[in-house]
Design a protein around this ligand. Structure first.
Ligand SMILES: *Cc1c(COP(=O)(O)O)cnc(C)c1O
Length: 480
């Protein structure tokens, strides 16, 4: 399998060649040159598999340059009941992503049983093992520099801790994350993990990472890398659980299922799009946003209009507080018949601070926006009050506590449900991670998974620094 860029001006590459990188040299995102096509017999073969077996089967379509036995070993140590042990009492830890049935035709796919209680562990844990494997093979090492407002940073650190050849330098806004999120990251004592608390906000952290990455000489000399959400391997790993969820909700391959996905950077739902393109019988992919509704606006109107940071709201589902959806380009590439020239033109408007309108993009008889229903997409959004009401509704009606991101999803799923088509909401985090929102909604605290009761009391290891590019570079340079 070769990978091509959405902007059409980069050389095709293999999986291992794009694993450690970010954007393609032409500024685009990598996608498979073509999607594997699964027939009914393939689905039947996958249906009975355990999670690690299914992961190996799905990843084998995308990763053709790692020997099968090595890939199997990587997958087997990633998807274990011990790693995804933070499952709800009464669910099967071996399921890895258990499907909780709320009522007939409505389910919740538990994706947040990993070490940091958010769905990003599903992909990031695999990435940790893949990085270590590829670096060992080539005798190289990497220094991951990242910025986080919470979930991505902790997920990356737990995946990369103690991995050979990998160091992590994670910038976070000083005293701006929840106590739980802060403690999750800062309590790690591993020598290859460096937490840098920046005096500033998340945007300052992100600007620092960009400034360091734009210094190409520094980047090369110090082997600076990233694990951000445009990384192809993360998307590939997320494709697996759409299959798992589909099989758990059906008993034959002729039944369609819809998924609702709490969305920010469009990474999670992009994996659903790919599963659908591979032939998984998905009826609708419902994109759920919070007040930061750039994606909902697109699916309603055809206009993609990223916002500035001044128009990005801080909400009670903070991991979805985005101004632009970095993986969205992957979907538009498919929508636009994989025409890299067209993507370059559309995104040159976006990169100049503008927008594009796909109702104005002619495509034979129709417009590009007219093609969207053929890809199964729907959307909706939620406000703080609706999120709170949905957390209460879910608790009262189904006896189940959900986090505010999953509540954004359930709110929209209930609006978009159709009779006869099971709807699966992806559970992207556990309530324990967002205690303040749960207290506001339900008047009591969520229970924590075993071993996390006293997280905030553990000793913390972090450095407080100013938002100063040279100081950050110096900090990295003397430690690698
Ligand atoms: C990252 C995250 C999301 C958004 O996922 P995308 O892949 O960026 O769309 C939603 N919910 C939670 C809890 C997250 O951590």
């Amino acid at each position: 399998m070769q990978y091509i860029s959405t902007r059409g001006q980069s050389q095709p590459q293999s999986f291992s060649e794009i694993l450690l990188g970010g954007l393609a040299p032409d500024g685009g995102l990598y996608l498979p040159a073509s999607y594997p096509q699964l027939a009914d017999a393939d689905l039947t073969r996958l249906r009975g598999m355990s999670y690690p077996q299914l992961a190996l089967a799905v990843l084998s379509y995308f990763i053709t340059d790692i020997p099968a036995a090595d890939l199997k070993a990587i997958v087997d140590k990633t998807y274990t009941a011990a790693v995804y042990c933070n499952n709800r009492p009464g669910t099967d830890a071996n399921a890895i992503t258990p499907l909780l049935v709320l009522e007939p035709g409505l389910g919740l796919l538990g994706l947040s049983n990993g070490p940091t209680l958010a769905f990003k562990d599903m992909a990031m844990q695999l990435l940790g093992h893949l990085f270590e494997y590829v670096l060992q093979k080539t005798g190289r090492h990497i220094n991951i520099l990242g910025a986080t407002s919470g979930d991505t940073g902790s997920s990356a650190e737990y995946a990369m801790r103690s991995k050979q050849g990998v160091r992590v330098f994670m910038l976070s806004p000083y005293q701006k994350m929840s106590a739980f999120q802060t403690a999750q990251m800062f309590s790690l004592q591993d020598e290859n993990i460096f937490n840098i608390a920046v005096r500033g906000v998340f945007d300052d952290c992100q600007d620092l990472v960009k400034a360091v990455s734009n210094d190409h000489a520094f980047k090369q000399q110090y082997h600076i890398g990233a694990v951000n959400s445009i990384n192809w391997a993360r998307i590939a790993a997320q494709v697996i659980y759409y299959f798992r969820g589909y099989f758990a909700a059906t008993d034959s391959n002729d039944q369609p299922v819809s998924f609702t996905v709490p969305s920010g950077n469009f990474g999670n739902v992009c994996a659903g799009h790919i599963a659908r393109m591979m032939g998984l019988p998905i009826r609708h992919l419902v994109v759920a946003t919070n007040e930061n509704d750039v994606l909902d606006e697109f699916f309603r109107t055809g206009v993609y209009r990223p916002r500035g940071s001044a128009h990005t709201f801080h909400t009670s589902s903070p991991s979805m507080d985005i101004s632009k959806a970095s993986n969205f380009e992957r979907f538009v590439f498919d929508l636009a018949w994989r025409d890299g020239g067209r993507i370059r033109r559309l995104w040159s408007a976006v990169e100049q601070g503008g927008a594009f309108d796909l109702t104005q993009e002619q495509d034979d008889e129709d417009t590009l926006f007219g093609r969207v229903p053929g890809f199964g997409f729907r959307s909706g959004s939620s406000t703080h009050a609706e999120r709170m009401a949905t957390i209460r509704h879910c608790q009262e009606r189904y006896g189940l506590m959900i986090d505010p991101h999953t509540a954004d999803g359930l709110k929209v799923a209930l609006e978009q449900r159709e009779t006869g088509v099971p709807m699966i909401v992806l559970e992207t985090a556990q309530p324990a991670k967002f205690e303040a929102a749960i207290v506001e909604a339900l008047g009591r605290r969520p229970e924590r998974p075993a071993g996390m009761e006293n997280l905030e009391q553990l000793p913390q290891r972090f450095e407080v620094m100013d938002a100063d590019v040279e100081a950050i570079k110096h900090f990295v340079a003397v430690r690698v």
